[in-house]
Design a protein around this ligand. Structure first.
Ligand code: NAP
Length: 420
């Protein structure tokens, strides 16, 4: 496809799908990768991450052909709209991309561009690796115990946006339907009431849990935990759990065992070649993150549980400036940091680019370039451990030196050269 503003670089090649069924990609050594720097601090962390990812690609004999694409404020300047079609098409065509944060106005204005991008491209799994880097201040005593990856369903649950406002005719129609036709007459209080639907489908649950199991198997992880509130919501949250066990049994029967089988057949010690599939109720899971951190590895969750759990887990390893993320679809991925556009710090070359850089590391892993990904992680960890860090970490550590965003990134690049 040809683009009006966001021209693809001539020296790059397009990533293609190698296997329709598995979503496996054919990745050239010089792939074209669309990048959205983003709003607010995106203008600081976007270029910083690009420099570091370039260095890691070059150090491992590859070359990223970046294609700048635009959304949010930068798109309004160039296209007079928030999310131009050609940005969406560029990401769709090139399959793997990275973006910085995009601002969402609260209460009024346009809908979240982040949600729109994930939905339009059907990026149904929001994936957040949560591991501790040496030298990052944490509120817990043993942050190094956490090494988890959250898979949060991205397209349904209460986020599907099927809601009726209190006092409207539509809300009253739904109330009447529920009370008169479905026979739930005792459960809704009289007077104005807002109503919402929580769809959790077999299709949506299974494709998310399939991604989590595939990831766990490919990365030699020990367990996948299905996190649900099925004791209360039997036909949505409990169904998510049941579909998870069904999928594990039907599609991964050879590779997986349940927790019951672990104790009944293996005395609590899983053989090396078996992945344990277990489940936990969400409120208990929030406690267990703190009290039994090492028992958990990959988590698979419906949308709302995933939202709460992944932020809580992120706090344990150092918070927003650090936490990376990536969204997976079938044969498609969009990496993005967990943090937002922090407008008050924008354009000051001040904030921490680690979350965006480590999101890039996830992207490199997705391309199958885990040697480059490991270089990025090791260089960032060394840099933070050295105490030469951005303001957010410097203010929490005695004797640390404060660096600008760009200085931090340049020093990480030097470390990549030294490590390679
Ligand atoms: P935020 O942008 O994540 O910032 C909240 C605070 O977190 C900042 O003030 C700063 O704390 C700290 N922080 C965030 N990123 C940092 C970094 N890279 N380095 C150091 N500190 C960092 O959250 P928000 O203020 O709630 O949201 C602002 C806008 O971003 C909203 O429009 C929101 O909708 C949007 N948002 C977008 C995404 C996305 O694009 N995926 C995600 C979340 C939010 P201190 O000031 O205390 O140092």
């Amino acid at each position: 496809m040809s683009y009006d503003i966001a021209d693809a670089p001539e020296d790059g090649e397009v990533i293609t799908l190698a296997d329709e069924e598995t979503g496996e990609l054919d990745v050239p050594e010089n792939p074209i990768i669309p990048i959205i720097h983003g709003d607010g601090i995106g203008t600081d962390v976007g270029p910083a991450a690009q420099t570091v990812l370039d260095a890691a690609a070059e150090a491992t004999g590859r070359d990223i052909a970046w294609m700048r694409v635009y959304a949010g404020e930068s798109a309004r300047d160039k296209y007079d709209e928030n999310l131009p079609d050609e940005t969406v098409e560029a990401i769709r065509e090139h399959r793997v991309a990275i973006k910085g944060p995009l601002t969402t106005p609260v209460g009024s204005g346009f809908r979240s561009l982040n949600v729109a991008l994930r939905q339009t491209l059907d990026l149904y799994a929001n994936v957040r690796p949560t591991y501790h880097l040496d030298g990052v201040p944490s509120p817990v005593k043993e942050p190094g115990e956490m090494d988890m990856v959250s898979f949060r369903e991205n397209t349904e649950d209460v986020y599907a946006g099927i809601e009726w406002e209190a006092g409207t005719d539509d809300a009253e129609k739904v109330r009447e339907f529920v009370e008169d036709e479905m026979g739930f007459d005792e459960k809704i209080h009289d007077g104005p009431v807002g109503l919402g639907l929580k769809p959790i489908s077999e299709y949506g649950s299974k494709r998310l849990i399939r991604q989590a199991i595939e990831y766990a198997l490919a990365n030699d992880r020990d367990s996948v935990t299905l996190v649900h509130k099925g004791n209360i919501m039997k036909f949505t949250e409990a169904a998510f759990r049941d579909w998870g066990y069904e999928l594990a049994d039907e599609e991964y029967g050879e590779e997986t065992i349940t927790e019951d089988e672990l104790w009944e057949e293996y005395d609590g010690e899983a053989p090396d070649d078996k992945l344990v599939v277990k489940d936990r109720i969400a409120d208990n899971m929030l406690q267990q993150l703190l009290t039994r951190t090492t028992d958990y590895d990959v988590l698979a969750m419906p949308n709302l549980n995933g939202d709460y759990l992944s932020d809580s887990a992120g706090a344990q390893i150092g918070g927003l400036g650090i936490a990376p993320g990536i969204n997976f679809g079938d044969g498609r991925a969009l990496a993005e940091p967990v943090h937002g556009s922090a407008p008050k710090h924008a354009g000051q070359d001040k904030v921490n680019p680690t979350a965006m850089i480590l999101s890039g590391r996830e992207m490199l892993d997705y391309l199958g370039w885990s040697d480059a990904g490991d270089l990025v992680r090791d260089a960032v960890e060394e840099q933070i451990a050295s105490g030469r860090v951005t303001y957010d970490l410097e203010r929490q550590r005695d004797g640390a030196t404060k660096l600008a965003t760009s200085e931090f990134a340049d020093e990480v690049v030097e470390r990549i050269h030294d490590l390679a």
